[in-house]
Design a protein around this ligand. Sequence first.
Ligand SMILES: Nc1nc2c(ncn2[C@@H]2O[C@H](COP(=O)(O)OP(=O)(O)O)[C@@H](O)[C@H]2O)c(=O)[nH]1
Ligand SMILES: [Mg+2]
Length: 207
Amino acid sequence: MIVKSAEFICSNTQVSKLPPPEKPEYAFIGRSNVGKSSLINMLTAKKGLAKTSQTPGKTQLINHFLINDEWFLVDLPGYGYARISKSKKEDWNKFIRFYLDKRESLQCVMVLIDSRLEPQKIDLEFCNWLGEHGLPFVIIFTKADKQSSIKTDQNVAQFKRKLTETFDPMPDYFVTSSESKLGREEVLGFIDSINARFTGIDNMDYK
Ligand SMILES: Nc1nc2c(ncn2[C@@H]2O[C@H](COP(=O)(O)OP(=O)(O)O)[C@@H](O)[C@H]2O)c(=O)[nH]1
Ligand SMILES: [Mg+2]
């Protein structure tokens, strides 16, 4: 896929105010600091599109970006930051889980995992939750340039082992780096292949 255009459409705190579900949509999510904003900028080849931020957990918004007038890239707030109150965490859960569960045009959840870390409980729990709710997802391992490919392969294998204890089969996954653009063609090609099959949402109740 060639990204010809990428534009910011809207930020929302309410699922009811999202754009009409008329285009295929891909939601990017992961622990804060996993490299989500960097990945979105890398995929779209737009540096400032998603702000890379050093203040985790600041934006609690669903951000919609329209790519090539064809599909929505959705930037979801990160999970798993330590300095957040319990009630805020519950709000996050409700809001995001409601979006993920109800969004008819959502084609795939792109779960970002830091390739340098051993399997984290919160990531495994989130993947299992997606599986239990029948939501298609793939895994995007980030920051692969920060270590040797051997170390990355080891962490990927470990994550696979852990996830397949509770979830079968292992979903598709991509190893990426926003620095070197590793994995860019693969992720965009994956999205392209799903877009090609998208025939619209058969749900007249929505509007
Ligand atoms: N070396 C390297 N650093 C990265 C990569 N992706 C993100 N980072 C750095 O990791 C930090 C968090 O990235 P950011 O995209 O803001 O993460 P977010 O909180 O998930 O949106 C920033 O300092 C980025 O520069 C990557 O692929 N390689
Ligand atoms: Mg960010």
